[in-house]
Design a protein around this ligand. Structure first.
Ligand code: SAH
Ligand code: SF4
Length: 342
């Protein structure tokens, strides 16, 4: 059986035409899957009964089991999905200003990057998600909330570039005009910085928004909290990012989880200035979210100190935001996705 939500339009066209169908059928089916968001082939009413029967014999439409849905006081809605093999993943729908929404998707069950401050990292790695398991998070949440469109951020569980092929395919399906039709401007991929994968991404999807989890501009410090920095040192990562074709109006986002005494000193500001001066960028400071999987080793920088840190950089002309993590009362905030049915 072929997992139809894992296919790009071109692939579906190829399979169907090789079976003797007309080429336009693929677009028709794709539109029903992504515009109408159907869950069974009988709902594709433009097809003859026999055709639907044939399709059912060859393909299946991936479906999650919804384990729980929790809504936080700030409106963030966290979905806990059970996959066919029993793995659990989380996705979050985040309300934004002006009636817009952002969907935060997972790309792996767990994560093998082991960042010290991240609950997903602490829980270890289970497996990569398939393309359909990534796409279905968006398709399901849009349908469940009666939304036509949303921004999508690859910032849930897992490291998207450690599941490169399925991540890229899922983005292509989101972007396809017969798929979910989400423009590249609305899609952001967040990564801890895997150099060879970034080199590939530059060719495969040069125009989506990128966020780099920087967390320290001092390589030795970064290695202490992000083991990935030992294999792919920040200098190399920045070199690759430097020649991403970032459009004039766009900025690359550097994410910066603020940890008390660790990356919030004057020395850290100086190093950050050196890095940010090289890029058209913005810094997104995320106050550390505490979680019992992280223990007590790390504490968040007090908010007044975060404000001062941000102001110092703004005074130098840099663009800095402080993220108010949404959903912290339901463990849906950054770095807190560890699939406890809270
Ligand atoms: N693996 C990718 C995307 C998922 S994490 C990455 O690391 O970029 C999304 C963001 O949440 C990252 O910037 C990550 O560093 C941050 N994060 C992880 N743990 C956190 C915590 N405890 N508090 C605040 N942010 C955290
Ligand atoms: Fe993985 Fe990102 Fe968490 Fe690091 S911060 S462990 S890369 S999910």
């Amino acid at each position: 059986m072929i997992d139809i939500l894992s296919l790009e339009l071109g692939e579906l066209e190829e399979i169907l035409t090789s079976k003797g169908y007309e080429r336009y059928r693929a677009k028709q089916i794709f539109s029903f899957l992504y515009k109408q968001k159907v869950y069974d082939f009988d709902s594709i009413t433009v097809l003859k009964k026999e055709t639907r029967k044939e399709l059912k014999e060859e393909f299946f439409i991936y479906q999650f089991r919804v384990k729980s849905v929790a809504i936080g006081s700030d409106g963030a809605k966290k979905y806990l999905f059970e996959l066919m093999d029993g793995s659990l993943i989380e996705s979050v729908l985040i309300p934004m200003e002006r009636n817009r929404f952002t969907i935060c998707v997972s790309t792996q069950a767990g994560c093998r990057m082991g960042c010290k401050f991240c609950a997903t990292g602490r829980m270890g790695f289970k497996r990569n998600l398939t393309t359909s398991e990534i796409v279905e998070q968006v398709r399901f949440i849009l349908k469940d909330n009666g939304l036509k469109i949303a921004n999508v951020v690859y910032m849930g569980m897992g490291e998207p570039l450690d599941n490169y092929d399925n991540t890229v395919k899922s983005i292509r399906i989101l972007m396809d005009e017969y798929g979910l039709g989400i423009s590249k401007r609305r899609i952001t991929l967040s990564t801890c910085g895997i150099t060879p994968a970034l080199v590939r991404l530059k060719k495969d999807l040069p125009h989506i928004n990128l966020a780099l989890s920087l967390h320290s501009a001092i390589s030795e410090k970064r290695s202490l909290i992000m083991p990935v920095n030992k294999e792919y040192p920040i200098d190399e990562v920045l070199k690759v990012l430097k020649d991403f074709p970032i459009p004039r109006r766009k900025r690359i986002t550097f994410e910066y989880v603020m940890i008390k005494g660790l990356n919030d000193t004057k020395e850290d500001i100086r190093a950050l200035i050196r890095v940010m001066s090289r890029f058209k960028s913005k810094l997104n400071i995320i106050p550390l979210n505490k979680h019992d999987l992280i223990g007590t080793k790390f504490e968040p920088t007090p908010i007044e100190d975060i404000e001062k840190f941000a102001q110092t950089l703004r005074d130098r002309g840099f663009f800095v935001t402080i993220r108010k993590s949404k959903g912290s009362d339901i463990n849906a905030a950054c770095g807190m996705l560890a699939t406890r049915a809270s």
